[in-house]
Design a protein around this ligand. Sequence first.
Ligand SMILES: [Zn+2]
Ligand SMILES: [Zn+2]
Length: 276
Amino acid sequence: MIIGVHASVRAGLVWALEEARALECESLQILPYPRHHDPSVEELAEFAAARRALALKILLVHSRFVPSLASREPRRRALSVAHLAHELRLCAGLGGDAYVLHAGAYSPGDSFEDGARAFAESVRRAICDARFSGEILLENVPGGGRRMGATLEELAALRDALGAGVRAGFCLDTAHAWAAGYDLSRVEGVWRLLVRARRLLGEDGVRAFHLNDTRALLGSGRENHWHWGQGRLGTECLGAFVRREEFAATPAILETPKEPGADAANLALARSLAAA
Ligand SMILES: [Zn+2]
Ligand SMILES: [Zn+2]
């Protein structure tokens, strides 16, 4: 796997690249803009140039927040489409290799199918408005309530709703899968998930991973990303992922908590297990 981290853009977009360089990451994930700051064309160009100067193989851009793309409320939905289109333009401007998106929730009274249809329609409109030609990766979520995309079956249904005209793949998050009831604490559980993913999401449907340990309980629907080796998934899970040869060219992003030295420690563990 091409291992990297999610880096904050709080101090500026280029600063995230600096972090990737310092940590010797081959892949990186960022949000498309720092809070309350819309990057200028110049800033995007500066970022793209700085990125080219690094040995960074893959850059993922993750949606800033979960938009209400499946909302029944026309105004909310229109705002979400406009927001998504804006982020897709920024993703392209930053030179992102793919854009990672959570599907969000469907409206009260709707079914999952209604929600998937509305979500897909909104995404297609945003892609068209932004003239986005890149890849969109649907991420699995912890689930709970009306949130869509907790299971592999739901992810497959969301992709089917988007249709063949949309370049869509998947990003699998280990902490979210655990929260949704997939037991990944043992190597057999990891294999089972990957076999099912291959069957339901396609031969190379899984385009990225978020490798996170978690403190949440299995099936709890709770997101509680934690440091590797200190949570409920543990090193057997991490090792089972990073050693998969069919994913040698797939980005694996650590979204573990940002404490001093924590990224370096989590990366070191992932790299040592990959080499073992
Ligand atoms: Zn995410
Ligand atoms: Zn994630």
